[in-house]
Ligand binder design. Structure first.
Ligand code: ARG
Length: 481
């Protein structure tokens, strides 16, 4: 299709090396979606008659069916999905088909195709992410009254509500959902009309093309349009943080389900056994969630390193933007697919969680005592030191903090009064952390309520966007009007 100026045929190894069909053949629907909008823009500019436009549109829809049905196979000789589709169109329509590429380059064509494709896939990811958020809310609601140890440095720190813990992940994944929205906003400009790099001498109304494809506006600068892949980097940023969050969550669950922690029960259907050790129930799913994080981060780096130092504007290097992107989207989809049902069936054992805190001699209540003393007028640093000495005493005598008598309390810390005994339970400790965002049961309930409202709003927005975007897609069956 571009051989006019060449004397020799392209070497076989070059065809193999430069083709992108293994990556972009799956983009055929979005490529055709872009081409139909382009044909309509050409017709609006008087560059195609209404009849020619209709024939092109019918031809493209037919090609779409042919590819979907497996009848039309890609030819390596035609490099990529764009030229395969176009060449088939010319085969079907002759000279009319040869008019489609008017005012267009594969440089703006691949840019619009990728944006359309990514828009669909990212909305799908958003749906999975909102399901994860819903699942976390469900767990939080179920476990809000259940007390576990909170950890810092993986050492028992302070008792917390398990509902509070699940809501922590709700926050993290909510921010991921926001970053996904940002990636969607970042791709929401229409590249068509940028041409190879400098625009077109033909009177193409880019506003029309953009509207036809459901983008917010045309891109503002044609050079930047074919040169940049920021919208992909924005996706990778989302994916990377999502993967980091999912990996950390997985690590926690793996740990809490060990015999040593022992209070979390993973669903059998999401665990695997050992081929030799009959007793084993292994958290392989979570290990893979954690293990796949590296690939997702790697794909972001891959894109950034590939982009770095590229001369303005389009360079063929950019063709490699797809490999990591597709792999990353697939990984994120896969993680979302297992994580929600796994969490939905994860249970906790209150007795085991409490006994873990008891093994720690109830020392997770030490901060509560220090703050009690502050209220009695002891400066915090003094209180810290006094309670620290008492902790030492408990450890040396293997005596739980919660089992000291009032006489023992007053012997060690004269500022304590009878009401010290009232605060020395795990339930009290959680209940009294009433600061906004804290672990007190009512605070957790408030977080859950607020979370539900936020999720509902997000769900409504997503449903509306899915519906809107679907309106710009191809009709699956052109005979259905
Ligand atoms: N397959 C190419 C890509 O994915 C399409 C654009 C090719 N443009 C070109 N001038 N060779 O980037």
């Amino acid at each position: 299709m571009w051989k006019g100026r060449f004397e020799a045929d392209t070497a076989q190894v070059v065809l193999k090396f430069t083709q992108s069909l293994d990556l972009d053949w799956q983009l055929y629907e979005h490529d055709i979606q872009g081409s139909i909008a382009h044909a309509r823009t050409l017709a609006a500019a008087g560059l195609l008659t209404a009849e020619e436009m209709e024939r092109i549109e019918d031809g493209l829809n037919r090609i779409c069916q042919e590819i979907r049905g497996g009848e039309l196979k890609p030819s390596e000789r035609l490099e990529d999905v764009h030229m395969n589709v176009e060449s088939r169109l010319i085969e079907l329509l002759g000279p009319v088909g040869a008019k489609l590429h008017t005012g267009r380059s594969r440089n703006d064509q691949i840019a619009v195709t990728m944006r359309l494709y990514l828009r669909d896939r990212l909305l799908g990811l958003q749906r999975g992410l909102l399901l994860l958020l819903e699942t976390l809310l469900g767990r939080a609601e179920r476990h809000q009254g259940l007390i576990i140890s909170g950890y810092t440095h993986l050492q028992q720190a302070q008792p917390i509500s398990l509902g509070h813990y699940w809501m922590a992940w709700f926050e993290a994944f909510s921010r991921d959902s926001g970053r996904l929205d940002a990636a969607l906003a970042s791709l929401d400009e229409c590249p068509l009309g940028a041409g190879a790099l400098a625009g077109s001498t033909l009177p193409l109304d880019r506003e029309t093309t953009s509207k036809l494809l459901g983008f917010a506006r045309p891109t503002r600068n044609s050079l930047d349009t074919v040169a940049q892949r920021d919208y992909m980097a924005d996706y990778h940023h989302f994916a990377s943080l999502f993967a980091v969050h999912a990996g950390r969550l997985a690590e926690d669950l793996i740990l809490y389900a060990t015999q040593e922690f022992g209070w979390l029960r993973l669903p059998d259907s999401f665990c695997t056994g050992s081929s030799i050790m009959p007793q084993k129930k292994n958290p392989d799913v979570l290990e893979l969630v954690r293990g796949k994080t590296g690939q997702v981060l790697g794909h972001m780096l891959d894109l950034l390193v590939m982009m770095k130092g590229l001369p303005m504007t389009y360079d063929r290097d950019l063709q490699e933007d797809k490999r990591g992107l597709f792999a990353s989207v697939e990984t994120v989809e896969g993680v979302l697919e297992v994580l929600s049902p796994l969490l939905a069936n994860t249970e906790a054992d209150q007795a085991a969680a409490r006994s873990g805190l008891e093994k720690g001699l109830g020392l997770a209540l030490a901060t509560d005592v220090a703050e009690y003393l502050v209220v009695k007028g002891v400066p915090f640093r003094d209180a810290h030191w006094k309670v620290g000495r008492l902790v030492k005493h408990c450890l040396e005598n293997n005596k739980p903090l919660t089992e000291l008598t009032l006489a023992e309390w007053q012997e060690h810390i004269p500022e304590t009064q009878a009401d010290i005994l009232d605060i020395l339970s795990l339930d009290e400790s959680v209940a009294r952390r009433k600061t906004y965002g804290g672990t007190a049961f009512e605070q957790v309930a408030f977080q859950i309520e607020e979370g539900k409202e936020r999720l509902l709003a997000k769900t409504k927005t997503l449903e509306a966007e899915l519906k809107r975007v679907k309106g710009f897609g191809l009709q699956k069956d052109p005979t259905q009007g």
